[in-house]
Design a protein around this ligand. Structure first.
Ligand SMILES: NC(=O)c1ccc[n+]([C@@H]2O[C@H](COP(=O)([O-])OP(=O)(O)OC[C@H]3O[C@@H](n4cnc5c(N)ncnc54)[C@H](OP(=O)(O)O)[C@@H]3O)[C@@H](O)[C@H]2O)c1
Length: 266
């Protein structure tokens, strides 16, 4: 049990973030929950406090706004709290032909998935370094391993998290800070509704429950693994993606995802 330890979870109002909160609370972590929907987080916080005897704080922040990372860490500084564990999880996808997508939506996605994630990691890691210890789990995706027409910008944002995260892991080793990257495949959450990707029975077949993905992520983190890919078929996919030319992968992915680049999403 880590009764004094604090875990900061972004995207803690839904899906993987809520599951991280449940599993970390069960391990005795106190929680710092961040997302836009404050009422949902408050309800989760009170439930976990009652069930596990831990402490929770909630922070309503739109992490797609420039400067959100600085504002959030400013609030933590006021409480004199340095997280022992950072779960950098908040993220969204935008599915469909890139050229037809809403400009502001794409910009907000890139800000959330990359800029805020990077900025928050830096600010928290500086404080972990001053203390001499800490762990960081960055949520990427198997979309990071292959070019994905229909998710072109989203996949690239997750490739950034993967590449940057593994490099950062090497840098931060010397400061006593551990970094792992979790790259989930398709997971049963609100992600696809928000990304506006219709889920066919074929894709439904490959969905893992959020609880399994989070358990695999926390296990991999404890084992100090660099990259954690939950699910055997996701691991096969990531291995194959290293063997085939990127052009071939993109051609296959476009057909599997059924992206109609002429007139919209089929
Ligand atoms: N589900 C999958 O198949 C899958 C696969 C690979 C990777 N991932 C990654 O897993 C992570 C979690 O996604 P999920 O599947 O759990 O999806 P989800 O159920 O839609 O949860 C997304 C979380 O991110 C938060 N969020 C979204 N926009 C935000 C913003 N502007 N500011 C602050 N918080 C924001 C949401 O909270 P609010 O709406 O309250 O702000 C929510 O708590 C994402 O990084 C996603 O890319 C998911």
């Amino acid at each position: 049990m880590h009764t004094q330890a604090w875990a900061l979870i972004t995207g803690a109002s839904s899906g993987l973030g809520v599951e991280f909160a449940h599993q970390l609370a069960a391990q005795g972590y106190n929680l710092l929950l961040v997302a836009r929907r404050e009422a949902v987080m408050q309800q989760l916080a009170r439930q976990l406090e009652r069930r596990h005897g831990i402490r929770c704080h909630t922070f309503a922040q739109d992490l797609s706004q420039p400067g959100a990372d600085i504002r959030l860490v400013g609030e933590l500084d006021l409480l004199a709290l340095v997280p022992d564990l950072l779960i950098n999880n908040a993220g969204v996808g935008c599915f469909g032909p890139f050229i037809a997508q809403d400009h502001e939506r794409i910009q907000a996605m890139l800000q959330l998935n990359m800029h805020t994630l990077t900025g928050l990691t830096q600010l928290v890691a500086q404080r972990m370094q001053a203390r001499g210890s800490g762990s960081i789990l960055l949520i990427s995706s198997i979309a990071a391993f292959l070019p994905l027409p229909g998710y072109a910008a989203y996949g690239a944002s997750k490739a950034f998290v993967l590449q940057w995260g593994v490099a950062l892991r090497e840098e931060l080793k010397d400061c006593g800070i551990h970094v792992s990257v979790l790259a989930p495949g398709m997971t049963r959450t609100a992600f696809f509704d928000i990304a506006r990707q219709p889920i066919t029975p074929f894709w439904n077949h490959f969905m893992l429950p959020a609880a399994n993905v989070v358990a695999a992520g926390l296990h991999g983190l404890r084992q100090s693994r660099a990259i954690i890919v939950p699910g055997w078929y996701n691991r096969i996919l990531t291995c194959c993606s290293q063997l085939l030319p990127r052009g071939v992968l993109a051609w296959v992915a476009k057909r599997l995802l059924q992206v109609n680049t002429d007139s919209g999403v089929s």
